[in-house]
Design a protein around this ligand. Structure first.
Ligand SMILES: Nc1ncnc2c1ncn2[C@@H]1O[C@H](COP(=O)(O)OP(=O)(O)OP(=O)(O)O)[C@@H](O)[C@H]1O
Length: 305
């Protein structure tokens, strides 16, 4: 039995789950623990300008929860990401963003709840769901004894793509991400930013309908970051959906049309960027929601030379 109180806590009507999905269920072997907060009611989500309001969200999370030992990393999150949106997930260190996105994309089994990619249950129909998405996970190792080009070919062939198509797309992606001259270099010899870019290319090669990118701009130089932003903006303009987690509020405010603020395993606010920031900057709103930082008291030894 699922605890009756499971569900996300929402700071307004902007957050969203739409009806039509079954109630979240605990996964086999999950130890029940109290997950607080009421079930959010269904709300209409406007699509981005120029797109009709889509009936089926690109990603629907229902009552996702995960505990590591005594630590509840994600505490019953339900959320809809509208198809065609550029969705930012922001939160302080340790907020539960990576845990949430890992459960949403089939990388980490939740204790409770499930996720639907364009209506397909990630945990009940994983192969179907995974065909629909491209993932840039945080901290997952790549097959780094392959060259960049080989890694891309591997990613494409693994998705059942035609070899000639894989080759031509790999060349285009390497060029777009400024990796052509390093195509034959082993990934183990790539810098952190180059690894990020080749992992992103691997997530894009099968032209998924949903991209889930955990910290895609971390370690990436400003020129490459601008290239990546351009690629993602075009992808969204042609109907794809992007979810990015990031700590850079300014970037999220400029790039995303929707945002969810996550802290301590819960959603504190979610909706369009305009709704969430409510006239302030996203950074100001974030600090107000999450709480001000601890002042650097003590540390006198650092100021005595
Ligand atoms: N495999 C694990 N084992 C134990 N605890 C974990 C594990 N993964 C995450 N946690 C804990 O769960 C909480 C959420 O971690 P998570 O990595 O999801 O946060 P995050 O929002 O992605 O953080 P950051 O912004 O620093 O990357 C943290 O307290 C973390 O210590």
């Amino acid at each position: 039995m699922i605890p009756p109180e499971i569900g996300g806590r929402y700071a307004g009507s902007m957050s969203v789950p739409s009806p039509g999905y079954p109630a979240p269920e605990p996964h086999p072997g999950a130890a029940p623990y109290p997950v607080t907060g009421p079930h959010p009611g269904p709300t209409e989500h406007p699509g981005p300008a120029g797109y009709p309001s889509p009936a089926v969200p690109a990603l629907a999370l229902r009552g996702l929860a995960k505990r590591f030992g005594d630590k509840i990393a994600v505490n019953g999150i339900s959320l809809d990401v509208p198809a065609g949106s550029f969705y930012g997930v922001v939160g302080p260190n340790g907020a539960g963003k990576t845990t949430l996105l890992s459960m949403a994309t089939g990388l980490l089994r939740p204790d409770y709840g499930t996720a639907f990619i364009h209506g397909v249950d990630v945990w009940a129909r994983p192969l179907e769901a995974k065909k629909l998405m491209g993932i840039l996970p945080d901290g997952v190792r790549l097959f780094d004894r392959l060259s960049g080009e080989q890694l891309l070919s591997y990613a494409g062939l693994l998705r059942g793509m035609d070899r000639a198509v894989v080759q031509s797309r790999a060349g285009e992606l390497l060029a777009a991400l400024d990796l052509s001259k390093d195509a034959g270099t082993l990934v183990v010899d790539y810098s952190a930013g180059m690894r990020k870019k080749i992992a992103l290319a691997s997530a894009l090669i099968h032209a998924p309908r949903l991209l889930v990118l955990d910290e895609p701009f971390e370690s990436v130089d400003p020129v490459s970051a601008a290239n990546i932003r351009g690629i993602l903006e075009q992808y969204v303009a042609s109907g794809g959906t992007v979810i990015v987690s990031s700590h850079v509020m300014d970037l999220v405010q400029r790039m995303c049309d929707h945002v969810a603020v996550v802290a301590a395993g819960r959603v504190l606010a979610a909706g369009t960027v305009e709704e969430v920031r409510a006239g302030a900057t996203l950074e100001e709103r974030f600090v107000a929601l999450v709480g001000g930082g601890t002042r650097a008291e003590g540390l006198e030894w650092l100021r005595t030379f």
